[in-house]
Design a protein around this ligand. Sequence first.
Ligand code: NAI
Ligand code: MG
Length: 338
Amino acid sequence: MRLAVIPGDGIGPEVIAEALKVLGEVIPTAEITRYDLGAARWHATGELLPESVLGELRDHDAILLGAVGDPSVPSGILERGLLLRLRFELDHHVNLRPARLYPGVKSPLAEPGEVDMVVVREGTEGLYAGNGGLLRKDTPHEIATEVSVNTSFGVERVVRDAFARAAARPRKHLTLVHKTNVLTHAGSLWSRVVEEVSLQHPDVTVAYQHVDATTIHMVTDPARFDVIVTDNLFGDILTDLAAAVTGGIGLAASGNLDITRRNPSMFEPVHGSAPDIAGQGIADPTAAVLSVALLLDHLGEHESARRIEASVAFDLATRDHSSPGGTFAIGDRLAALV
Ligand code: NAI
Ligand code: MG
């Protein structure tokens, strides 16, 4: 197993060190190559993602990323030049974000119920495709456009993946989230594709919800959701809410997948570089560890993935949540448990 690791900035390297500690326990033979992309490299050399590095990344089975970003870098540079560029170049069209409320973890909701959902977010299109521009900049007549791109091909491949995931889960329930009543063009395409693909999955029940109503149900009755399929922007926003409802950003893992497997998929905690707590050794590495479990699942190492999830579940059920221990301590516990 050849893994490219981008520890990144802030708490990225801190949580990645613990994730690799746990990985080392289950796959001791994994070959790790580190890449120093992120804010520090941009400051030092002006480079974001050199072609040669992109070429080397392609030559791995998967990529593990901590987080990139620093207050010293103007907004958008690393996001568009590094993160989004990786997602587009490596065709990470399925952004997978599970949200599960583990026993022992306190939700901010009084009665959350049993929350165990997977959001399948489209990763390469929609409002994030970069289709837009500025005209007459810095004049009173400035025009800014940001066009949502939805292709039949792009929608179908993510909807197919979501149905396959729903079919493999006990509840076999899929919810399309969109805003079909207002975004009638894109909404029509998404609805028709879901309807067509559903014919091949008679075992999967299908529901539809507008994105605004989804934010209500995510708070009043999150247990109703099983698999959600949605576009890039709605998925970005809803998965932060889902993470908050299931115990917070320190636990939320994600995968950026090329399901055709032509390019390496990339796994990362949902959180960012958290400059407010960087260097203090208090970041929770659990999200990074759970991202390793997603990585192993994607590479077919299901037994190892289940061992990591079981270790996390045990640790969360027995942890003193008022003083969970620092980054190293949590990593050590998980490595010992696994
Ligand atoms: P953030 O996720 O870094 O932090 C939000 C809050 O959550 C902060 O109070 C932080 O201390 C806390 N937090 C985050 N991860 C935690 C952990 N593992 N354990 C305990 N607490 C944790 O989001 P923010 O502040 O909006 O962004 C900071 C930087 O990270 C920015 O430069 C942003 O662009 C970047 N970013 C990068 C991402 C990536 O690399 N994929 C994703 C999100 C943000
Ligand atoms: Mg986000």
